[in-house]
Each structure stands twice: as structure tokens, then as C-alpha cells.
Design a protein around this ligand. Sequence first.
Ligand code: GLP
Length: 240
Amino acid sequence: MQTFIASNSKEFAQQTADFLFQRFVQKPDLIVALAAGETPLLPYTRLVEKLIHERVDLSRCTFIGLDEWVGIPPDNPGSCAYFLRNVVLDPLNIKSDRFKLFNSQAADLQQECRNMDAFILSRGVLDAIVVGIGMNGHIGFNEPGVSAKKYSHVIDLDANTKNVGQKYFSEHTALSKGITLGLQTLLDAKQAILLANGARKATIMRKALEGPLSIEVPASIMQQHANGFIFMDEAAAGEL
Ligand code: GLP
């Protein structure tokens, strides 16, 4: 693992954006999976600005959504799809055949998982997967206790995730399941990039990076990745 610690949140966003920018420059047909959430908002904003400013050709890149709340439609501002469309895909004018987001309203969610895995396989393997970390150590919606051998799957959400997840919604929203790329998807990706900022993530980042590799802290899987990169601000790194 390579770890980058920025002195503040702005610098964290810029460092992350610069790193991701290089991925797009070095590989014009980059296949990248992206998390939604508060953490990547500023990093993606800086990245998008730079990609537009430098006129990087993204016509051969493929974008994948990491996860989604089951049953929440893409026009709900709290959905991961809404976030990714507004922050990344629409500003970059990514064509619909160059991205895939989970349809968490699909009648057959198992089929939706198979479709996602087949889509990734059809393009090759993920070059990069960009993830955040939940307060309980989850990655995407890979909740504590999940098998590390899974690709896309549907999972019952942790009580903690349902609670914390309310922050994305303007009114109380019933959250029960998530649909997500799996930890095996992350392990197979050529590069895995974990982002964390803010003091509230300090304890879980210590567990993830310095605790034992344990399925009870799914983000500790980063320790096992052959090509893992961690971007944090000083606050998130405060307990390391
Ligand atoms: C959410 C999402 C994750 C996200 C994580 C951290 O529930 N399922 O994909 O990375 O929790 O979110 P945030 O960046 O808002 O702290």
C-alpha cells in the first residue's frame, strides 16, 4: 500500500484528483469504478475540472458505479446514481454506452448483479476502483462479515449504514439493502484507491490499515491488494 497524507481536506482533494487524472492520461481506455458519497465530492470536482481544462479524450473510457441503495431511484438526490451523474458523468458528457450504474429498482436484482459482472468482464478488468470507507469499515456496501470472494451482490445493510446513510437524503428514508461490487471485484482491479477524510474516519482508518486483515473490517482488504493507494487528510490519519 502506498499512503498519501494531505495536510487538509483541500489538499487531499487536489492530491487525489491529480493521481486520478494521471490514470486517465496514461490509459485512454481506462475502466474505472467510482464510489459516491461525501468523501469523493471535492476530489471528483477537481478531477473533472482538470480533465475538462486539459481536454483529455474520455471517449474510450468506461465508468462503473460502485454501489447503490436498493429501491432508491436514480432521480433521488440521495442515490449514488444521482451523485455520479451530477458530479462526474454529465459534466464530462460521458455517453450512456460508456458507463454502467446498478439499477437498484430492477425486478431481478440477482440478474442485475450478473449483468454488472458481465459488463465489466466484457470490457476486461477494472483498471482502477475508487472507494470510500463507511464508519463501520465497509467498502461500497460490503458490510462487516461479508465474504471476500464475492463479486456483485445484494446485501442487508448494517444498522450503522442505515443510520449514517440518512445524511444523503432530505427526509427520513427507509434503507434496507444495498447492491454493490464485491471485495473480489476490488482485489481483481489493477489499482485500488481508498479515500478518507475528516476526524470521524480516524478510528476506522486505524483499524483498516493497522488492525488485522479481517472481514469484520472489510476495508482492511486493502492490506491484501497488490496495488493499493490510500489518500487521507491529516484528520483521517490522526490515529495512525
Ligand atoms: C456509503 C457508501 C460507500 C461510501 C461510504 C462512505 O454508505 N455505500 O460507497 O464510500 O459509505 O461515505 P462518505 O464518503 O459519505 O463518508
